[in-house]
Ligand binder design. Structure first.
Ligand SMILES: [Fe+2]
Ligand SMILES: [Fe+2]
Length: 169
């Protein structure tokens, strides 16, 4: 399959999600630094989709799960409220929220593989490992894309939402 054909197939798979009003709102969510959730999710989806094609896996479920892996509800980087419990911190809580939103806005794409991709993408931060190879691809693609936007290792805790330590006076 030519590169152009692959790109076309990818955009056909994700078109209805990408162009929906709810997904378009993610253009206003800052995710890592200046990058938006929209841009981040699209990059992760494309990498994971290409890898799934190479490996002859389920590229459609991979692209859809990857596109929706960070489909959480509110822009967490702007949130001044500090989570008190670890399980409520962004890094731990957002996969479940993303899956709830997927069921709400795009129930037609939900299947066990898409669920596994979304809910397990933060592994090993969340302790249950993915079941499907497609889910593993998305965890790798997510980390690969995320790490490329950090200039410094000290920014890493931001990725999981635990960088709220304040300087002592
Ligand atoms: Fe995430
Ligand atoms: Fe992500």
């Amino acid at each position: 399959m030519s590169k152009q054909k692959r790109k076309q197939e990818f955009s056909e798979i994700i078109h209805h999600i990408l162009t929906s009003e709810e997904f378009q709102r993610r253009k206003t969510f800052k995710h890592h630094g200046e990058e938006t959730v929209y841009d981040h999710s699209l990059k992760v989806a494309y990498y994971a989709y290409i890898w799934a094609k190479w490996l002859h896996l389920d590229a459609e479920a991979t692209a859809i799960g990857a596109l929706l892996h960070d489909f959480y509800t509110t822009p967490w980087m702007d949130n001044p409220v500090k989570a008190k419990r670890i399980r409520d911190m962004h890094g731990f809580a957002h996969p479940k929220i993303a899956f709830e939103n997927t069921k709400k806005y795009f129930p037609e794409v939900v299947n066990p593989k898409v669920k596994d991709i979304i809910t397990k993408h933060m592994f090993p931060l969340t302790p249950i490992p993915p079941i499907y190879l497609e889910s593993w691809l998305v965890t790798f693609a997510d980390k690969y894309v995320s790490l490329s936007v950090f200039k410094d290792v000290k920014d890493l805790p931001k990725y999981v939402g635990i960088n709220k330590t304040k300087k002592r006076k």
